[in-house]
Design a protein around this ligand. Structure first.
Ligand SMILES: *Cc1c(COP(=O)(O)O)cnc(C)c1O
Length: 372
């Protein structure tokens, strides 16, 4: 028996979820967000799986774009944080990237790069999130400035929503109104929607609330492609998203403890009855969150149970008292089909995104082909 701690990745589910995004996107092109190693699924794996199903991809940093081009991906690539120096501008131009410009400094480094050919640029507008983007008032001047430069091909305006995942919130509509009026003023395509906005607003597109259907528009789904719910209070299954990864590990010991005995570091869990405790070969050294101590859901042999005691670096303990058949060597699901990553994230006080990004390199990746 090997340790058997593994992350199973399901390309068919990635494709299903991308098709779901395309349905919601209407006429807009889908750019799949694959930054941070494809939300932990593998940058080039996700890109090669989805290249025929989406119009392009989005990455945060230029190294990710280089890796994609080196692996043979020729699709449009949006560089979300843009270029940080002159060398990156030259590289971006060579790699034919769509570069986001979100501040004046980036425009200045572009001038210093003395590009001989033109580079495609999205101008990012801050419509209310107050993270990246130029203020709406500066857009007219900047559009004029960018359009007058021969080394720049201004291809659109973009923005990012702060609250699209929240039910009954009107922030996104206000943000979009600002972006759309600028886009119309300068007859430029625009890009705004993340996964949450696709679900929250696309069905209302006909009412004019979020019509991402003008020519050249791009939507930018991320988390929904990976099968986690982007919307507060709604499960991914209810949104018809498929599970794209199962994180699992094996039982490496099964012990009995008596009522009153403690399990794990700090003795934070005390058996209230005589219990069977399973020790599972996964810990925070594998990216299983330490906040999952004492009560996070897991599944064994088709049944759900919970962690007991603290998560340690290489192991966790789980309660097997009710799962009488469980034995050494059995696989324990940490998240996947029976335990959703959203549930584990909620238990840990975080979001699925962080858990996806955290699984460490020592976890064996397994790709399962065929239907998920
Ligand atoms: C990551 C990212 C997205 C995707 O967001 P999800 O919530 O994962 O759908 C969209 N746009 C930008 C600018 C991003 O950085």
């Amino acid at each position: 028996m090997t340790r058997g701690t593994q992350l199973e990745i399901r390309p068919a589910a990635l494709i299903h979820n991308a098709e779901r995004a395309a349905q919601l996107a209407g006429d807009a092109a889908v750019y799949a967000m694959i930054k941070a190693n494809g939300y932990g699924h593998g940058l080039t794996l996700v890109a090669h799986t989805l290249r025929d199903y989406v119009g392009g991809f989005g990455v945060a940093v230029i190294e990710e774009a280089v890796a994609l081009r080196e692996s043979g991906i020729e699709s449009p690539l949006m560089l979300l944080e843009g270029c940080f120096d002159e060398g990156e501008w030259r590289l971006a131009q060579q790699l034919n990237l769509e570069v986001v410009v979100h501040n004046i400094e980036q425009i200045n480094t572009l001038a210093a790069a003395h590009l001989t050919d033109s580079v495609a640029v999205w101008l990012k507008v801050d419509t209310g999130m107050h993270r990246l983007g130029v203020p709406a008032e500066q857009v007219p001047t900047l559009v004029q400035q960018l359009s007058s430069r021969s080394e720049i091909q201004l291809i659109g305006l973009m923005t990012h929503f702060a609250c699209a995942d929240m039910a009954d919130d009107h922030t996104s509509e206000n943000q979009l109104r600002t972006l759309r009026s600028l886009a119309e003023q300068f007859a430029l395509p625009y890009s705004a929607a993340n996964s949450a906005a696709l679900f929250q607003y696309s069905e209302n597109a006909f009412t004019g609330r979020l019509p991402e259907s003008s020519q050249g528009a791009r939507v930018r789904p991320g988390i929904m492609l990976y099968g986690a719910s982007p919307v507060e209070g709604q499960s991914s299954a209810a949104l018809d998203l498929q599970v794209t990864q199962q994180f699992s590990a094996r039982l490496i010991a099964v012990n009995c403890v008596q009522a009153g005995e403690a399990v794990g570091y700090g003795a934070t869990w005390l058996a209230s009855r005589d219990s069977r405790i399973g020790i599972v070969a996964v810990g925070y050294g594998d990216g299983y969150p330490r906040h999952a101590s004492n009560g996070a859901p897991v599944a064994v042999a088709g049944m759900r149970t919970r962690t007991v005691g603290r998560v340690s670096m290489d192991m966790i303990a789980i309660d097997l008292t009710e799962i009488v058949d469980a034995k050494v060597g059995d696989r324990v699901e940490l998240w996947g089909d029976l335990v959703s990553i959203d549930e584990v994230a909620a238990f840990c006080g975080t979001i699925s995104y962080e858990l996806f990004c955290q699984v460490t390199a020592r976890v064996h990746r397994v790709i399962t082909h065929g239907k998920a």
